[in-house]
Design a protein around this ligand. Structure first.
Ligand code: GLN
Length: 302
């Protein structure tokens, strides 16, 4: 069934484009489409280009949010970043000036994500980076996860819009410390290389409310996992989150690398890869794959 869903939807890849703001993302194969599902019994199902590596990009946002919530008092986190969907594109700067509080709307858009990155604890930049990478490795159950330095260098070189937002956030008191250090860590988190199996595993850990299905180890608290999934529902697909909730009805988070992380509470984690993106920056065929899957397996949580 998965093979069929992937092959039927592959044609939609021609209606989008791969991200091209940096050369490495532009090199992705537009026709690629892959999926991995890991269910609550730890059965793994794959189809298409499920093991192609790509950078996590914005799918890193819910994971760093989880870290920020575990490292800090929640009241502190939410004094720096809001809980409301923005309805604007992921890299929009507009509401930082327009909102009364100037606080970034939520942690799933760039402005809010840069704030959550700044909340990762550590005595030095190196320690923060190590803690972050280790947390990604743990939640994805993959010790080999690492940063793609070509992508990181390009993100850093071209990230002036994120830089502008970060300096504005610092000026308004939402970021403490050195802005360039925060941005450096943000560009690194976006450049972690993964595949759909890693994403499905992260989705499974969210689906079980934080308990590793193989070892029984708790990787996230129940309340943090609930909060992360809620943000994924309300803000995970940027300004397409409302339509996605209606059509698919599964907590999910997309990234411009073409990845989508999805988590069906108590049932399964899903990772999708399709680098051809629609105008809002979501995988154009990946959305269709999730829509079909949700209908066929009755995954809609609503
Ligand atoms: N690195 C990208 C950025 O910060 C990630 C955006 C995304 O995946 N939507 O703009």
């Amino acid at each position: 069934m998965l093979n069929e869903i992937v092959e039927i939807n592959r044609r939609h890849t021609s209606n989008g484009n791969v991200a091209s703001y940096i050369p490495d993302l532009g090199k992705a194969c537009k026709e690629d489409l892959g999926i991995c599902i890991i269910d609550k019994d730890n059965k793994i199902y794959t189809a298409g280009e499920y093991d192609t590596k790509f950078t996590i990009q914005s799918v890193s946002k819910p994971i760093v949010l989880a870290m920020a919530l575990m490292d800090n008092d929640w009241s502190h986190v939410f004094s720096k970043v809001g809980m409301e969907p923005s309805g604007d594109p992921f890299n929009s700067i507009m509401k930082l000036e327009m909102n009364d509080t100037k606080k970034p709307c939520n942690p799933m858009i760039n402005a809010g994500a840069i704030v959550t990155t700044s909340l990762i604890k550590g005595d030095s930049v190196e320690e923060k980076e190590e803690r972050m990478l280790n947390f990604f490795r743990k939640i994805a159950k993959n010790d080999k996860l690492s940063i793609n330095y070509d992508v990181y260098n390009s993100e850093k070189r071209t990230g002036d819009r994120n830089r502008a937002m970060a300096y504005l956030l610092k000026n308004d008191g939402f970021i403490e410390g050195d802005v360039e250090e925060v941005l450096d860590l943000y560009f690194k988190q976006c450049s972690i290389e993964i595949d759909t199996v890693d994403l499905a595993r992260i989705g499974t850990n969210l689906a079980t409310y934080g308990v590793d299905i193989e070892t029984g180890e708790r990787v996230l608290s129940e309340s943090v996992s609930r909060m992360v999934k809620t943000f994924m529902v309300t803000c995970g697909m940027y300004d397409a989150s409302g339509e996605f909730a209606i059509r698919v009805g599964i907590p999910a988070k997309s990234g411009v690398g073409g990845g989508i992380l999805a988590s069906v509470p108590n049932r399964m984690g899903i990772g999708v890869y399709g680098p051809s993106l629609d105008k809002k920056g979501n995988s154009i065929a990946g959305l269709r794959v999730l829509e079909d899957l949700s209908r066929m397996l009755k995954l809609n949580i609503f």
